[in-house]
Design a protein around this ligand. Structure first.
Ligand code: MG
Length: 332
């Protein structure tokens, strides 16, 4: 590994995983951490516990802002473990000179999104640092959720599961990039930033047998599928033509040489669901506006264990690897 930290170490892909395993996991090693779930399952399987820091630039973007993102990010990680978000902390590092009006706007966004989740902030911290020590504002949220259904785990995926994505991919990454670079778009491309607990709640209420769920944030759907295939020691096969990508996102990807499967999402999740419950899952997901186009994208096999295979529309196969390189820093 490099002697210094590079931007690639924060990409949600290969280098990021290397940093985590070689520095943090090595020091903190324990049974719960090693499960590498979206949130830690603690207290006899009753609680989910997760933390996330937010450094997004720009702070305000089409479809959201750093406040909305800070609540969605942590609440979604809890929801992905089948947990109802309950208690959050809110910790901010603010640069001297930051506008109180903008700060209030960010906090109002947080309040609104907390209400969507039925969660409350019960503890927090504020630090103000001299101008130039941080870029405007960074936010950390930590959350605790009550697990509604035990046993959801990215370590238990098998060939009995089908892989579903909740909506079209890459909106958050593409929207942030366009906003940051001042790219004039003819369409109103917005981030997918949204809370996912309501969908999870409805899936559980319908009795769907969910094996695993993960929100496809940094590293996109590629990272989720690669992590799942390694954790569960299975091969995940995905059909390229079934992967939903909007025309706007396709346009940005072509312009910049990105792949939509590697772009970050902030309100899009991947599900591994038992085959017999796929129909029921789709019915539930299609009832929500932000998952009305949920799609089956693949299956689980034992062909190439710990690999993700992308079947192209031309009948060729290739491995879909963990994203590498700098991608887009400060995406979340
Ligand atoms: Mg996550």
């Amino acid at each position: 590994m490099n002697k210094t930290v590079t931007l690639a170490h924060g990409n949600g892909g290969l280098e990021n995983n290397e940093l985590i395993s070689k520095v943090f996991y090595r020091a903190f090693k324990n049974e719960i951490l090693e499960k590498s779930e979206d949130a830690a399952v603690i207290h006899g399987g009753e609680l989910a516990f997760s933390t996330d820091s937010f450094t997004v630039s720009p702070l305000f973007f089409p479809g959201g802002d750093i406040g909305k993102l800070a609540v969605c990010g942590t609440c979604n990680d809890l929801a992905m473990m089948g947990a109802k978000p309950k208690y959050l902390t809110c910790s901010v590092i603010i640069e001297e000179g930051f506008s109180i009006r903008e700060l209030e706007k960010i906090v109002r966004s947080m309040k609104k999104e907390l209400e969507v989740n039925g969660a409350i902030v019960v503890s927090g911290d504020t630090k103000v640092v001299p101008k130039g020590s941080v870029d405007k504002i960074f936010i950390n949220t930590t959350g605790i959720g009550e697990i509604q259904k035990k046993g959801i785990s990215s370590n238990l995926i098998s060939s009995d599961d089908t892989i579903i994505v909740s909506r079209d991919l890459g909106r958050h990454g593409a929207a942030i990039f366009a906003a940051r670079e001042g790219i004039e778009l003819t369409t109103d491309l917005q981030s997918d930033c949204a809370s996912l607990y309501l969908q999870v709640e409805a899936l559980l209420a319908a009795g769907v047998n969910i094996t695993a769920m993960r929100d496809a944030t940094r590293g996109g759907v590629s990272a989720v599928l690669n992590e799942w295939s390694q954790q569960s020691k299975v091969c995940i096969e995905v059909n390229e033509e079934d992967i939903p990508v909007s025309e706007e996102v396709k346009g940005i990807c072509e312009m910049l040489g990105f792949e939509a499967v590697n772009l970050a999402n902030e309100g899009t999740f991947v599900l591994a669901v038992k085959k017999e419950d796929v129909q029921k899952s789709m019915e539930v997901l299609h009832g929500f506006s932000n998952s009305e186009n949920a799609t089956i994208i693949g299956s689980v096999t034992d062909q190439y264990p710990e690999k993700v295979v992308l079947n192209s529309s031309y009948g060729t196969k290739r491995f879909l690897d963990l994203p590498t390189g700098e991608l887009l820093p400060r995406i979340c």
